[in-house]
Design a protein around this ligand. Structure first.
Ligand SMILES: Nc1ncnc2c1ncn2[C@@H]1O[C@H](COP(=O)(O)OP(=O)(O)O)[C@@H](O)[C@H]1O
Ligand SMILES: [Mg+2]
Length: 235
């Protein structure tokens, strides 16, 4: 479904991503792991035209999408739930979700999108009219994911869904992510929480210093010490 090769991202003189190759098959849940500053967000953002692409090829469903603007990519079925959630605290839950619907302006389509998200996250239905800023951290993360689901994506990109959440809440969020994959949504998830990620993903890539330093099945990565080394800066 997604095939990335030779991806480079640079912020002026700072080369944040130095030639990344990765792919995601239809129906997979894949993790992109690595320490803070490894280049994970830059990679994920580049896939949807939100970080400065210096080089590389990005194929989505066999088409080159590297130069396409974000809103076109959304219409083609790729959405990103960004790091730090980026929800609008002073808007209601329903209004936040609506922002994720982009071109789905027709009322019945919008209603269908709401219904699908509320079926996945019943708590958001209960809080529909509440201001997003009054939600708990876990609920805000559900809202961020729900917003990305409003267009019915084929490929969902999640940037650090566990960030700032208590371990028990992380477990709930990861169970929900697992359930999304079981419903047929292909997912590429950026995470620093290695142990819990490897419990739910099919495969993973490990990044350090803007490069992929290891790749393998969840089992393989659990058994090896490359992940640990990447975090300690010796990978
Ligand atoms: N907008 C930006 N401008 C300049 N440098 C940036 C910007 N965003 C990220 N970087 C730098 O790029 C590198 C990788 O960052 P990032 O992709 O956010 O890593 P990660 O998501 O793995 O923590 C870091 O050195 C970071 O400081
Ligand atoms: Mg990041």
């Amino acid at each position: 479904m997604l095939k990335v090769s030779g991806l480079k991202v640079a912020y002026g003189a700072v080369e944040a991503v130095r030639g990344v190759d990765l792919d995601v098959e239809q129906g997979e849940l894949v993790a992109l792991l690595g320490a803070n500053g490894a280049g994970k967000s830059s990679t994920l953002n580049a896939l949807v035209g939100l970080s400065p692409l210096k080089a590389g090829r990005i194929e989505f469903l066999s088409e080159d999408i590297a130069k396409l603007p974000t809103e076109v990519l959304v219409r083609r079925g790729i959405t990103l739930s960004p790091e730090g959630r980026r929800i609008f605290a002073s808007l209601s839950v329903a209004e936040n979700l609506r922002l994720g619907a982009y071109g789905r302006a027709e009322r019945d389509q919008l209603d269908e999108a709401y219904d699908q998200v509320f079926a996945l996250f019943p708590i958001l239905k209960e809080r529909e009219t509440q201001l997003a800023g009054t939600l708990s951290g876990g609920q805000q993360q559900m809202l961020a994911i729900g917003r990305a689901l409003m267009i019915g994506p084929k490929l969902l990109l999640l940037d650090e869904p566990s960030l700032g959440l208590a371990p028990q809440i992380v477990e709930t969020i990861f169970e929900l992510i697992s359930a999304l994959r079981d419903r047929g949504i292909t997912i590429l998830m950026v995470e620093q929480n290695v142990a819990m990620s490897l419990d739910i993903v099919d495969r993973g890539y490990v990044m350090a210093g803007g490069e992929i330093v290891a790749a393998g099945s969840a089992q393989e990565l659990k058994a090896s010490n490359v992940v640990e080394n990447a975090y300690l800066g010796t990978g």
